[in-house]
Design a protein around this ligand. Sequence first.
Ligand code: NAP
Length: 282
Amino acid sequence: MINLSGLEVRESVVEKLKKQVSGFVSVPKLVIIQIGNDERSTVYINQKKKFGERIGLPVIVHNFDTSVSEDELLVSIDQYNGDKTVGGVIVQMPIPQNLNRRKILDAIHFEKDVDGLGSRQSGLFYCREKSAIMPATARGVLMLFDYYKIPLEGKDVCIVGRSGLVGRPLMQACLSRNATVTICHSKTRSLKEKTKNADILIVAIGKAGFINSDYVSKGQVVIDVGINSSGPPDKKLRGDVDADSVKGIVSALSPVPGGVGPLTVTALFQNVVEAWRQNDMV
Ligand SMILES: NC(=O)c1ccc[n+]([C@@H]2O[C@H](COP(=O)([O-])OP(=O)(O)OC[C@H]3O[C@@H](n4cnc5c(N)ncnc54)[C@H](OP(=O)(O)O)[C@@H]3O)[C@@H](O)[C@H]2O)c1
C-alpha cells in the first residue's frame, strides 16, 4: 500500500513558495482572526504561523474574547480589508454559536478571502471561474493527487461528508478534474455499497476510525481528511479511516497525521501568494 504522505508533498512545494514570497516587492501579511481559545484551533493557528515563518510570510493572529460582538468583529475585518499590507484574512473556525458565521465570512473583502469561504469567492468557485480561490483542504487533496500522479478523469470518486468547508469544495474540485462524483452524508442509504464502488474514496466526516474494511474494496485509493483527537491523556490524532483494518485491501492511503493536514496549511499559503499576485499587489 502506498503511503500518500502530505509531508513529502509539502516539502516539494515549499522552496517555490519561499521564492515567490522573496520576489515580492512588499510581502503580504496573513491575518487570522481567532475568537476564544479553542485548543484545536490554537494548534492549527500555530501550524499556520510556523509555515508562514518558513516561507517568510508574516502571520498576524488577532484574538478576540468569546464575548466579542458581531459589530466589533465587522469593524476589525473592515480595517484589515482596507490595510494595503494585508494580503489575506481568515476566520479560524469554530466560532461561538451566537455569531452569524455567514455575515462574518462575507465581511472579508473577496480579494482577501484566501480561505475561499465567503459567498462571493464561493460563487466564483462553484461557477468555475478560473480566478476563484479554492478552499484550502480541497486544494490540498488535489496536490496529493498531482504529486502521486493519481488521475481523476473518468474515475468514480465517492466523497463521504458534505460540509461547506470540506465535502462540497472537494466535490467541485474533483468534478473540475472530470471525475464522476458521488457525495454521501449522514442520511445516505447503503453507504457501504457506494463507498466500495468508487475508484477513489475521500472521507471527511469527523468520526475516528469509522471507515473500516467493510467500506473499501481492492485497489482503491483512500484519502482520509478526518482529524479527530483521542482526547487526554495521549491526545493522539486519528483519521476517519481505520488504517489497520483497510491496509491489506486498498492500494493507497493518506495517513493521519501527516496526510491532508499539512497540505491544507500549504494550500492556504498558496492561496495568499496567488491572491497577492492576482490583485497586482506584488
Ligand atoms: N485535514 C484537514 O486539513 C482538515 C480540514 C478541515 C476539516 N478536517 C476534518 O475533517 C472532518 C470533517 O470536517 P467537516 O468540517 O467537514 O465536518 P462537519 O461539518 O461536521 O461535516 C461532517 C460531514 O460528515 C457527514 N457524516 C457524519 N456522520 C456520518 C455518517 N455516519 N455517515 C455518513 N456521513 C456522515 C455529515 O453529514 P450531514 O451533512 O448529513 O450532517 C457531514 O456532511 C473532521 O474530522 C475535521 O476535523 C480536516
